[in-house]
Design a protein around this ligand. Sequence first.
Ligand code: KG4
Length: 334
Amino acid sequence: MKILAVESSCDETAVAVVEDGRKALSDEIFSQVALHEIYGGVVPEIAARSHLEVVTLLADRALEKAGIGRGDIDAVACTYAPGLIGAVLVGVNFAKSAALALGVPLIPVHHIRGHIAANYLAFPELEPPFLCLAISGGNTMLADVRGYTDMHVLGRTRDDAAGECFDKSARVMGLGYPGGKPIDDLSKQGDDHAYDLPRPAVNGSNPYDMSFSGLKTAVVNIAHHAEQTGESLDKAGLAASLCRAVSESLVSRTMAAAAELGYDHIAVAGGVAANSRIRADFEAACQKAGKKLFVPPLRLCGDNAAMIGAQGYYEFLAGHTAGSDLNAYATRAI
Ligand code: KG4
C-alpha cells in the first residue's frame, strides 16, 4: 500500500511516499528555518503562508522521486494535530483535496505518533509493545506504546518541552535558532560540570512527569548575570552542563519506567533525539541495564513526512480514516 503523506505542523513542509508503513520511497522536506531565523523563533503566520506556497510542488516532487504517478497512490495521510493551527490547517486541507481528487481514503495522523513511527522506518524488526520517549520542540512525553495505535502517556513535561529549553537557552547565549544543534555542537568543547544547573523535578506528582522551564530560567539568569556584570560566560561549559542536565532528567525517568513496566525495548524519537549527549547516555544506560535501544538516524529525528506515512499505514489498518470534515487541532491527546 502506497501512502502519500503530508507534514506541516511547524516550520518544515514535508511530503513523502511510504510503502506498507516501513519503506520511504521518497521524503521531500522544505525547511523554513531561513524565514524565521531573523525573528529568533517560528512566526506562525509566516509558517502557514510558506507551507501553502511549497506543498503542491513538494507533492509533485515526492511522486517523481518515488517513481510513481498520482493513480498509484492508495491513501493520503496528514498530520492533523498537534501544532501551529494555521500551519497544520494547510497540510490537512491539501491532504483532503488530494484524497478527494484521487478517490482514496484520508488518514489523520497525530504528530507525536508519527515521531514514534520514525523508528519503524529505521528498524524493520521493531514492533510494539515498547517504551518510547518522544522529545521535540513542542512536546516531551514518555509513552507506553502497547500497540501501533494504542498508546498511553506515562509522563510528560509540565511546562516547556526539552527542545524549547534548548532553543531559548541558545537564544540567550547568542547561538541562533533553532538552538538545539548549535548547543550540541558547542557542548563538545565544554566541561559538563562547569555550571551547577538544577535538575528539573515535579514535586508530589507522577514520577515520570518532567519540567524544563526552571532549567531554562537558570541558563537565562546565568547569561544575563554575565552580561550585566561583564564577567565572561563559558558558553561551551554552559552548553555542556545544559546537555548533561537535560539528558540526566530524560534518561533517568525513561530507565525507571522501563524497569517498572518490564520493557526490554526502549525507543527515542523527535528532533531532540538528535542530541549527541542524550544518544550517548541512552546507549550507556541501556547497555548497563541489558535493554535494546532504538534511536532513528538524524534525518528521521526532526519533522518529516515519511514518519507520518509510516504511522498512517497502521492507522489505516486500524480503520482510522476521516472524511472531508476532518479538522486541524493545535492540541490533541495522543
Ligand atoms: O521534532 P522537531 O523537528 O519539531 C517538532 O516536532 O517540534 O524538533 C525540533 C527541536 C528544536 O527544539 C531543535 O532545537 C531540537 O529539536 N534539536 C536538537 C538537536 N537538533 C534539533 N536539540 C538538541 N540537540 C540537537 N542536536
